[in-house]
Design a protein around this ligand. Structure first.
Ligand code: 4AD
Ligand code: MG
Length: 458
């Protein structure tokens, strides 16, 4: 069996090839049948030409869009200028005839909103097929980058009993019978599966930090869960995150790594998907390739939070959320900085302690922390990271000031007692990265099956 992609990129004609896939279109032209076949190996179809033959005719007549077939034939030069090769069909096997009148993807173009209601079928479209091929390659690029740079992949747990971000957005995991609890009015977590309250993780950072204290350079890449009630084009309740953590790295080293990491995965993916990127540039975001080229050739900007606030205040732009020192920047502020002001990716550092997580290293001013967010055009925040508080007494102070319970973090605190070292890391949102690289506007359209408030179909 050959893939459509292999055949389209063949260097020469081949006698006797076999290909299987789904019919995109079928046309009967003066007793010659033209079939456009796609097998998902590429966004492009291969054309199959059947010269009419009595035995085949009956089968060919029944073919509809999305029917599944296998074809044997010869790969020959195509007379059409837009394609180098086509298949001269000799044998046809029909697996399944799709009932044309029922098939929801009959039309050539459907809105992304409509396709979200049939998320089980949307990978068959050119756009979604391309998005998911590229998603796979981006995941590969991420592992490739870290493996080539001496990092070890750590599988951090999905179920956890501590809140990494301290933001209280966790989904609870329990085997207690809620109906029983409601009826009896008694709730005892000691009787729960783990003997205490447990959750789905919002981040693997706290666990992976422990491994950085042993293996120096590590990363985790897995699903994370957040019960935030955000119905935006950039939030999911279940998303994937990549979190590298490096012993002996300070904030500057952290930013340098993040910049070369982003550039590496963009280039790696562009190099492997010429057809998909040509498609995205034409149909999804005009100018995408130029935007990505700009990312590769620019040096990312670096400003402090305080400078960012000054720029926003001086901009004379009307924002929906008013700007003042101490605010948690909204997407409109972030996008102004990266899209309009700097017109390239921007690191913002040294945020107020009050709006960041307990584990970040405090600056000597006592008010700000060694945090860094990376903001990129079209998305806003794509990375959140920091240098970590490696001083035991400062960490305990942070935990207390954030109103957290130090018993919940005893094992995390232990690191600061036994060979504590300066260390840093960050989290890259995987789906936001796919949006950034493909130009897709809604995060629900870059994950196979999306989970958002009020919706977990499929
Ligand atoms: O900024 P966040 O919350 O950082 C952390 O979780 C740290 N523990 C990371 C670390 O230092 N190891 O999240 C990191 C990134 C964000 O910048 C964003 O790209 C993505 O994760 N993200 C989301 N993506 C989709 N849906 C959501 N609800 C997201 N929340 C965060
Ligand atoms: Mg963040």
């Amino acid at each position: 069996m050959h893939s459509v992609k292999e055949l389209l990129y063949s260097k020469s004609a081949i006698k006797d090839v076999t290909v299987a896939g789904w019919v995109r279109t079928v046309r009967d032209m003066k007793n010659i049948y033209f079939i456009e076949l796609n097998d998902g190996s590429t966004v492009r179809n291969i054309q199959i030409v059947f010269e009419q033959d009595e035995d085949l005719l009956k089968k060919l007549e029944t073919l509809t869009t999305a029917s599944s077939i296998k074809v044997k034939g010869d790969l020959v030069e195509s007379p059409k200028p837009e394609q180098k090769w086509e298949i001269k069909g000799k044998e046809l096997t029909v697996y399944c005839i799709t009932p044309a009148e029922e098939y929801p993807l009959q039309k050539k173009r459907h809105s992304f909103e409509f396709l979200r209601t049939i998320a089980h079928l949307r990978p068959r479209t050119n756009t979604f097929g391309s998005v998911f091929r590229v998603r796979s390659t981006i995941a590969y690029a991420i592992h490739d980058f870290f493996q080539k740079n001496g990092f070890f992949y750590i599988h951090t747990p999905i179920i956890t009993t501590s809140d990494c971000e301290g933001a209280g957005q966790m989904f609870q995991v329990t085997t207690l019978n809620m109906e029983e609890v409601a009826k009896s009015g008694k709730l005892n977590y000691e009787e729960d599966f783990f003997g205490k309250k447990a959750y789905l993780t919002v981040s693997g950072q706290l666990e992976v930090e422990n491994f950085a204290q042993a293996l120096s350079k590590v990363y985790t890449f897995g699903p994370t869960f957040r019960a935030e009630n955000s119905n935006t084009s950039r939030h999911l309740a279940e998303f994937w995150m990549i979190e590298p953590e490096m012993a002996f790295f300070e904030l500057e080293d952290n930013m340098q790594l993040a910049e070369s990491f982003i550039k590496y995965i963009v280039k790696f993916t562009l190099d492997r998907h010429t057809d998909e990127f040509e498609f995205f540039d034409k149909w999804v975001e005009q100018g995408l390739l130029k935007r990505l080229d700009n990312v590769l050739s620019s040096t990312f900007e670096k400003i402090t939070y305080t400078q960012a606030i000054e720029i926003l205040l001086k901009s004379n732009k009307k924002f929906d959320f008013p700007v003042s020192w101490g605010i948690d920047m909204q997407s409109e502020h972030e996008r102004f900085l990266t899209e309009e002001y700097f017109k390239k990716p921007v690191f913002v550092t040294d945020y107020p302690f009050s709006i960041k997580a307990f584990y970040m290293k405090r600056n000597s001013d006592g008010k700000t922390v060694r945090a860094m967010d990376l903001l990129v055009p079209e998305i806003g925040e794509i990375i959140g990271g920091s240098q970590r508080e490696d001083d035991l007494s400062m960490l305990l102070k942070n935990i207390e000031e954030k109103g957290l319970n130090k018993q919940d973090y005893w094992w995390y605190i232990d690191q600061r007692k036994y060979g504590s070292v300066p260390h840093s890391g960050f989290g890259l949102g995987f789906e936001r990265t796919i949006q950034f690289i493909t130009g897709m506007k809604n995060i629900r359209d870059v994950i196979p099956f999306f989970r958002v408030p009020g919706s977990a179909e499929f």
